[in-house]
Write a protein that binds this ligand. Structure first.
Ligand code: TYD
Ligand code: MG
Length: 452
């Protein structure tokens, strides 16, 4: 922070000399005068250095087993890297109403059974509201203690009395330290509370979950600072009008990121979806043009999703492009490749691309599927329904290799698919899948194969 800084952006924590648009995150109206968040007496809790600890050889360090607690929700455990680590701080972010509180209440049950007690601190709902929710979920967990409290120093007192093994703070935006003058949810509060909770978690070996709300722009509200602090950041996402929810690890000091858990929100809370491919393909139309199945690989887990495209003559001079569930710019690039390299005239056509069921594809291996779906809709000819289409596309129209092809093909075979279109450059891999595998080197070859 510069000496001249007198304002702080409440979104990203940037400190600057004047209010207005934040030069760091480009948001406007987020600056707050620093005097408003000044610490009355310096609390400086996390700056208390422990007595100097001696350096030890890495090889001589032993790690105790059993330091992970299972949450009883297999999908959540996998995303965490095999259960939650004692003394770790896990941040779960997501839109309001997506199901964060529900997920953590359900997890509390198994955690309380395995390692009681669990302390659930809610700054958003009263204890009675949470009890009503627990009743609706049909869980009556022993060993789960509720407290509706937002003052972090009082929460600390609760920790002293109850000595929980797991702590849930719902949400980090509602808790505050009275020593700080700024309001709950401000950068200063969120950062200091996060640091204090980190210290508590480490000192007491309490597995701690923090709930964090997400802004319209999709960032964790206010505290991007928190992402650096905590051990694990999970995002809980989904479309409002679809029942399916995805839990994604974006940072994990105790496991792999890009791991994915799939849930379905129903009458009785969140149910795990052990077979997401079947879920996403359940309503697939047979022999319809513009529909292609691809095998995407999120983390270590393959998932079959249906890519849909609709191409129709443009009603205005500038054709429309709309994309749901995939990256807009990437789709525009793919349409340009399809036009230039394969001569499909799209400049007078509106193009709509959708990933069915509210799923989302983020990896380039879905490129070829999107292009084939678009061509299929343009020609109004269906692609054979028993094939999966996999491949990244480059600007010259070449089909490039993808990672984890074997896992993708096995998933397709397990779901009854008979054939796969894969990048030619992947053929060097020794792959046994039981599928009829056709390799293609260019977009043109793929179109010849699938839409002769
Ligand atoms: P919630 O966990 O309160 O979301 P968050 O904590 O992320 O804000 O979930 C609220 C939504 O979930 C609410 O719109 C109702 C819905 N819901 C169900 O559909 N079924 C259920 O059994 C429960 C508990 C909630
Ligand atoms: Mg909630």
């Amino acid at each position: 922070m510069r000496d001249s800084a007198v304002y702080r952006c409440q979104e990203c924590g940037f400190a600057g000399p004047k209010p207005g648009t934040c030069p760091d995150c480009a948001r406007t109206g987020t600056f707050v005068p620093l005097v408003e968040e000044r610490v009355a007496p310096r609390i400086g809790s996390r700056r208390v250095a422990p007595p100097a600890s001696a350096a030890v050889p890495l090889a001589s360090i032993t790690v105790a087993r059993g330091d992970r607690l299972a949450t009883g929700i297999a999908e959540l455990d996998r995303v965490l890297g095999g259960g939650v680590v004692r003394g770790s701080l896990v941040l779960i972010g997501g839109d309001p109403g997506i199901g964060k509180s529900t997920l953590l209440l359900q997890a509390s049950q198994a955690l309380a059974a395995a390692a009681p007690p669990v302390l659930y601190v809610s700054g958003e709902e009263s204890a009675a509201q949470i009890k009503l929710r627990a009743d609706r979920l049909g869980i009556a967990p022993d060993g789960v203690y509720l407290v509706a409290e937002t003052d972090l120093s009082l929460i600390e007192t609760q920790l002293d009395q109850l000595k929980p093994r797991t702590l849930v703070v719902d949400s980090i935006q509602t808790v505050y330290l009275p020593e700080l003058e700024s309001t709950p949810g401000s950068v200063a509060q969120v950062r200091e509370c996060g640091a204090r909770l980190m210290m508590l978690a480490k000192a007491r070996g309490v597995a701690t979950f923090l709930v964090g709300h997400v802004t319209k722009e999709g960032a964790l509200a206010g505290p991007r600072v928190l992402e650096h602090l905590v051990d694990t950041v999970l995002y809980f996402e989904g479309e409002r009008h679809h029942s399916y929810r995805v839990l994604r690890a974006v940072k994990n000091r105790f496991g792999s990121t890009n791991e994915l858990g799939v849930f379905q929100m129903g009458e009785r809370g969140l149910a795990e979806v052990p077979n997401p491919s079947g879920f996403f393909l359940a309503e697939r139309p047979k022999d319809a043009s513009g529909s292609v199945i691809t095998a995407s690989l999120e983390g270590t887990r393959p998932m079959l999703v249906e890519l849909q495209a609709l191409v129709a003559p443009a009603s205005f001079a500038t054709p429309r492009r709309a994309v749901l569930g995939a990256d807009y710019n990437r789709v525009c690039l793919l349409l340009a490749v399809l036009e230039k390299r394969s001569g499909v005239p799209l400049q007078s056509q509106d193009v709509f691309v959708n990933v069915a069921g509210g799923a989302r594809v983020t990896e380039p291996a879905a490129d070829l599927g999107i292009v084939v779906a678009t061509a299929s809709s343009y020609m109004d000819r269906p692609v054979r329904g028993d094939a999966v289409v996999i491949g990244e596309i480059g600007l010259t129209g070449e089909v490039r290799r993808v990672t984890g092809l074997e896992a993708r093909l096995k998933e397709a075979a397990a779901l009854g698919f008979a054939a796969a279109i894969v990048p030619a450059s992947n053929l060097a891999d020794d792959i046994r899948s039981g599928l009829e595998v056709r390799s293609v080197g260019t977009v043109d070859e793929a179109l010849h194969e699938l839409l002769p």
